[in-house]
Design a binder for this molecule. Structure first.
Ligand SMILES: Cc1cc2nc3c(=O)[nH]c(=O)nc-3n(C[C@H](O)[C@H](O)[C@H](O)COP(=O)(O)O)c2cc1C
Length: 209
């Protein structure tokens, strides 16, 4: 029995296009894998520790090869719990809106909390960085108000999809798929077509995921 974890970054509920595609994927995934567990982490209501003070000191302690202790160790426990929850999954779907050319701050906070040395990645001078979340597939469903097609002048403004892909690669993922719905604000009719296409692809993808 595998576990699919959905990281949901749009707070727009039924109006969210990134969520609509992820929801279609999850529904089809559930049909195809009825015995699997499916969990959703809603970035808008997730309780995360602040990543400053002792938690930050603990990260630097680990980076320098030391064990966090005292206040640092206490703060680090909440970070470890979040990491454990993330790593307990076998497969991932991330539904992500574009906000100011990047990702919502809630998802960035989550990434800042869980992306820790010795847990999600390692570093050595000989090997450089090594991701530790390996052999697991991820699907990103992205939505954005404008259009950022490959090869266009707008492509350089897209810090949403390339960022999420780079982060996943950094922590070890090699099997990363993505489905994009755009331009949801600039041309809603076109975006509806793109959404319908993405939903169809998502349903197909879910069967063999
Ligand atoms: C705070 C905020 C910032 C946004 N910034 C951008 C942006 O920089 N570029 C863009 O194309 N759309 C931007 N949008 C529009 C969203 O990307 C668009 O509405 C998208 O459909 C959101 O995804 P969702 O439908 O899954 O919520 C922004 C929306 C919000 C709420």
């Amino acid at each position: 029995m595998a576990k699919l974890l959905h990281l949901m970054a749009s707070p727009r509920g039924d109006r969210s296009r990134s969520l609509a595609v992820a929801a279609a994927f999850i529904e089809a995934y559930d049909d195809a894998h009825p015995n699997d567990d499916i969990d959703t982490l809603d970035m808008s209501s997730l309780e995360l520790p602040p990543f400053d003070g002792p938690a930050l000191d603990a990260k630097y302690a680990i980076l320098h090869g030391d064990e966090p202790s005292g206040e640092q160790a206490k703060a680090w426990k909440a970070v470890e719990d979040a990491i454990e929850e993330f790593k307990s999954a076998d497969k991932y779907v991330l539904s992500v809106p574009m906000w100011n050319f990047g990702i919502p701050y809630t998802l960035k906070h989550y990434i800042d909390v869980i992306t820790q040395p010795t847990y999600l990645f390692n570093y050595s001078p000989e090997e450089g960085y090594t991701g530790l979340v390996t052999g697991k597939p991820a699907l990103i469903t992205a939505a954005r108000g404008g259009a950022y097609p490959e090869g266009s002048d707008m492509e350089a403004f897209d810090y949403q999809l390339p960022y999420v892909k780079t982060w996943l690669q950094f922590i070890g993922f090699t099997d990363i798929r993505s489905l994009v719905v755009e331009p949801t604000l600039m041309d809603p009719d076109k975006a509806e077509e793109r959404k319908a296409e993405a939903i169809e692809k998502a349903r197909e993808l879910a069967k063999g995921f």
